[in-house]
Ligand binder design. Structure first.
Ligand code: SIN
Length: 486
């Protein structure tokens, strides 16, 4: 067993009703390091029956948990956030081992993940109701905010901790209980979080973690009427499927789905700032983020300077195993991801685009074939795959534009609407463009807008619901109106 897990002696089983359990069948699946194919651990392959028990445990825990004063939930969640930061290095190493991202990014993600718990803990104390003036002297109108009940989340492998805590924090803070289904590629970070929740005193059944068959677990979560809310981060096709299945019990959904972010650079932009923002947005997590820039539209007058500087800097990025010092580009998550990236690059080249840097697998001694060179492509056109599909890899395709109208039209020409970015030094243009972009998140001279204080989520086929900021409590509470006849 590799050092990371052996030394940590961490839990690898599932958490249901406060107990650590194996799958009923005893089946397990392997968690592999994408950089080395090393077997890190095996975790239970659970399905319908275990999920049902997790839901039952969450249902039983709901009443006492929601009845606690908010300040008690605050204290426990605060302790959880503190424990995450205390164990930041350990959690980051674990995350890099199962996901591949550079250690510095993994540390950043642990802090990002803890910030969602901390923020939600604070918000627990501020779930305010309202009184509304009534039309009759002998009536009073009260509006209460109450927890929903049993909630669930299905989370992706690209942010193994933060995408869970973004949902778990507010769910628990508002008084709900939760069943967590982490991605098959990265279950260990979720299980480690479960251990810390137990340590922080979160009662049995309030958090449950089930690993295994996505289809069986997901179906039970939406088939079971006890689950009142499901939050999902993942692909648009799976989000649509969940939406159909949610019709059975009218389960509330939050869907944070695919993105295909445009990145606009206007002639009047600070080119160095734009290059810095482009690198932050595009190459974070090897381009495997829903919000990362996928299509770069650069105005004629600044195009050559931007393309030149971006390629120059991208060329120097250090590729290697995420655990090694100074590495900026780790492996992609699996072979399918590598195949997709290569297919997008090949298709672009076949249609006449030119590779300015990268464009091929990076060979790293002793490691797997999942490392892809950070790539910049000159001259993508509308018919190319890269113009329509999320690449989910370290490829920046550039296209020239002439006018602001043209850039906005191209930027909005997508079924997706998660994030968009643009660089300009003209204040009027800044507001004008921000207002016209049909996206839920806009980075204006900012390549890294994600933060706990702000609402995160998309429009169009990027889904609905907002996570983060004060808005997130709306996703995890119900409004009840009480009409009081005196
Ligand atoms: C995502 O890729 O879905 C999340 C990225 C972020 O929170 O910045």
């Amino acid at each position: 067993m590799p050092q990371t897990l052996d030394q940590q002696k961490m839990q690898t089983r599932n958490l249901i009703g406060g107990k650590w359990i194996d799958a009923d069948s005893g089946d397990e699946f392997a968690v592999l390091d994408p950089a080395t194919d090393e077997h890190i651990a095996s975790v239970p392959r659970c399905g319908t029956a275990e999920t049902r028990r997790a839901i039952d445990a969450a249902a039983e825990a709901f009443k006492p948990w929601s009845a606690r004063p908010a300040v008690e939930r605050y204290r426990m969640l605060r302790s959880l956030a503190d424990a995450m930061m205390r164990d930041q290095d350990r959690l980051a190493r674990l995350m890099t081992s199962e996901q591949g991202k550079p250690l510095a990014e993994a540390k950043g993600e642990v802090a990002y993940a803890a910030s969602f718990i901390e923020w939600a803990a604070e918000e627990a104390k501020r779930v305010y109701g309202e009184t509304v003036p009534a039309s009759f002297a002998d009536k009073r109108i009260l509006v209460l905010r109450q927890p929903i009940g049993v909630t669930a989340c299905i989370t992706p492998w690209n942010f193994p901790l933060a995408m869970i805590t973004r949902k778990l924090g507010p769910a628990l803070a508002a008084g709900n209980t939760m069943v967590v289904k982490p991605a098959e590629d990265t279950p260990l970070s979720a299980i480690a979080l479960g251990e810390l929740a137990v340590e922080a005193g979160v009662p049995a059944g309030v958090v449950n973690i089930v690993t295994g068959e996505a289809k069986a677990i997901g179906e039970e979560l939406l088939d079971n009427p006890k689950v009142r809310k499901l939050s999902f981060t993942g692909s648009t096709p799976v989000g649509k499927l969940l939406l159909q299945k949610s019709a059975k019990n009218l389960t509330k959904l939050s869907l944070e789905l695919g993105g295909h972010a445009p990145f606009l650079v206007f002639d009047d932009a600070d080119v160095d700032a734009a290059v810095k923002g482009a690198i932050a947005s595009k190459y974070r997590n090897m381009g495997q983020t829903c919000v990362c820039a996928n299509r770069f539209y650069v105005q004629d007058g600044i195009y050559d300077a931007f393309a030149g500087k971006l390629s120059e800097q991208v060329k120097t990025m250090k590729i290697g195993r995420g655990l090694d010092d100074g590495v900026q580009v780790g492996p992609l998550i699996n072979d399918d991801a590598v195949e997709k990236v290569q297919r997008h690059v090949d298709d672009a080249v076949q249609h006449g685009a030119k590779v300015l840097t990268g464009g091929a697998l990076a060979k790293v001694d002793g490691l797997t074939n999942r490392f892809y060179e950070p790539t910049v492509i000159d001259g993508f056109t509308p018919e190319m795959l890269i113009n329509h599909e999320e690449t989910f890899g370290p490829v920046a395709p550039l296209r020239r534009f002439k006018s602001e109208e043209q850039a906005i039209e191209w930027a909005n020409d997508s079924i997706y609407g998660l994030a968009a970015y643009f660089y300009t030094r003209d204040a009027s243009r800044l507001m004008r463009v921000a207002e016209q972009l049909e996206y839920g998140i806009v980075g204006a001279n900012d390549g890294a807008p994600s933060t706990v204080q702000a609402p995160f989520g998309g429009v169009k086929e990027s889904g609905f619901g907002r996570e983060g900021g004060k808005y997130v409590m709306d996703e995890y509470t119900e409004i009840k109106y009480v009409s009081w006849q005196l």
